[in-house]
Write a protein that binds this ligand. Structure first.
Ligand SMILES: *[C@@H]1O[C@H](CO)[C@@H](O)[C@H](O)[C@H]1NC(C)=O
Ligand SMILES: *[C@@H]1O[C@H](CO)[C@@H](O)[C@H](O)[C@H]1NC(C)=O
Ligand SMILES: *[C@@H]1O[C@H](CO)[C@@H](O)[C@H](O)[C@H]1NC(C)=O
Ligand SMILES: *[C@@H]1O[C@H](CO)[C@@H](O)[C@H](O)[C@H]1NC(C)=O
Length: 417
């Protein structure tokens, strides 16, 4: 984990310019919220102030692709009669540490007794058979870190539940992939932590600009070169869904002192060296443009917003845990995640600010899973993850990422209709 000292400075540097950006995002959200209301001619009066609050909270509007409903703005309703699961909880593809049912996590089955209800519409559980029918002959790639794998596994298990003929293979450099043969639909997971290519770097006897500044070792991050695991993905897939975030803000690998990220552009070190949050902006800019150049206009590109962690009583390496049995109230979530409170999981909304900025005016759709997920402090593996520390970052399966897929697939329907 990162040296605490540097973390300290890192956060401090970022807190200062936050409020102008916040007011900008706040303004944009109000604008978006109002235009949604105008289009749907819903009486704006009673909702306006909540929209305002929610806009500040999430900072992102989720009304996309011709739909007038913001699926990200809603609440969790308890429904003990929900059918226990959309798929067999013993689905083989579920990574052991995420299988709360098999690991006997006390609330493993209660997690799925909650239904996400967007304020302006409904978000039904997607029907796997009609999804497979509608998206015949389609390749769908998940590109990102283990949280995107968690979402990919949920989709795989949901589809496998209704159609058994599956070919397992690794298309276009993917870590894992499956074709549902009856429908010629392929889904694949391309593993990449920071999207860009990176490799260990150490000082060279000949010396260069980084050496002359005293750098001895670290990770060279080429901000303009995609990692090889997904460099071919835009040529293969019809639909891509990206994420990145966890490796930038809570680094166990990219220690700012012992193994800093050293950014390179066009093969040369960026001088003066920039901190990871600036590097993230550079990487996002280049990766978005790489994808836009290589995919035809008919392709559908999504970027998923940051998945929140729920460590309480310390970070993961300080004995922090997530013992809650029920979703948080909006007020509790606000307290836990508001950047001004600078609590343990502060990164979630900070990452989103970078994403929103980079994705503005691009052809990417934003899948805003953050507000619904911030509430689900009950839905992580915690000690059932089977590690030395609690896992308050990934999600139990079956569980929350099933709802992410409901939202993803609803967006796909809206875009195609
Ligand atoms: C945020 O919290 C960390 C410790 O959790 C602390 O080191 C840092 O100084 C805080 N930053 C600000 C801006 O208060
Ligand atoms: C879960 O509980 C069942 C039944 O009590 C037991 O057989 C199984 O070993 C337990 N699994 C774990 C991982 O503890
Ligand atoms: C299967 O889908 C791919 C596109 O994803 C397409 O190129 C191919 O022709 C399809 N195969 C058949 C038999 O329809
Ligand atoms: C998006 O881009 C437009 C035009 O450049 C700009 O006016 C707007 O402020 C941007 N919004 C965000 C959230 O960055």
């Amino acid at each position: 984990m990162a040296g605490r000292e540097s973390h300290h400075h890192h956060h401090q540097a970022k807190q200062v310019p936050l409020s102008p950006l916040l007011s900008l995002i706040c303004f944009v959200s109000i604008f978006l919220a109002l235009s949604v209301f105008r289009r749907t001619s819903v009486t704006p009066q009673p909702h306006q102030s909540f929209q305002f609050i929610n806009g500040v909270r999430s900072g992102i509007s989720d009304a996309a692709g011709g739909s007038s409903c913001d699926y990200s703005d809603g609440s969790w309703l308890h429904d003990p009669n929900l059918r226990t699961s959309r798929y067999n909880p013993t689905c083989k593809e579920i990574f052991k540490g995420w299988n709360c049912y098999v690991a006997n996590k006390s609330n493993a089955l209660k997690i799925i007794h909650w239904h996400w209800k967007p304020k302006q519409c409904d978000l039904p559980h997607f029907d796997p058979v009609s999804f497979l029918e509608k998206f015949r002959n389609t390749n769908i790639g998940f590109v990102g870190d283990s949280l995107n794998r968690n979402m990919f596994v949920s989709l795989f298990c949901s589809l496998k539940h209704v159609t058994g003929e599956v070919k397992k293979w690794r298309p276009a450099g993917a870590d894992r992939g499956f074709s549902f043969l009856k429908y010629n639909l392929t889904i694949a997971y391309h593993r990449t932590n920071i999207l860009a290519r990176y490799a260990w770097w150490s000082d060279n006897a000949d010396g260069g600009k980084l050496e002359s500044l005293g750098y001895k070792e670290g990770y060279r991050v080429d901000v303009d070169i995609p990692e090889s695991s997904w460099i071919e993905a835009p040529n293969f897939h019809d639909i891509l869904i990206f994420n990145t975030g966890h490796w930038w803000w809570a680094p166990s690998k990219f220690d700012p002192v012992k193994s800093p990220m050293l950014f390179f552009e066009k093969g040369l070190p960026v001088i003066p060296p920039v901190p990871p949050d600036i590097g993230l902006d550079m990487v996002l800019k280049h990766m978005i443009s790489y994808v836009e150049k290589r995919m035809p206009p008919s392709a559908i590109k999504f970027f998923r917003t940051q998945s929140p962690r729920h460590f309480e009583g310390g970070n993961w390496y300080q004995g922090g845990s997530c013992q809650r049995q029920q979703p948080l109230s909006p007020q509790q979530a606000e307290d836990l995640f508001a950047p001004r409170n600078n609590r343990t999981n502060v990164e979630v909304r900070l990452v989103n600010k970078h994403l929103v900025k980079a994705l503005n005016e691009t052809s990417f759709h934003i899948l805003n899973i953050t507000p619904m997920s911030e509430l689900r402090a009950d839905a992580h593996p915690a000690s059932a993850g089977g590690k030395k520390h609690d896992d308050c970052m990934h999600w139990c399966l079956p569980g929350l990422t099933d709802t992410w897929n409901d939202m993803f697939i609803q967006h796909l329907y809206d875009i195609r209709s």
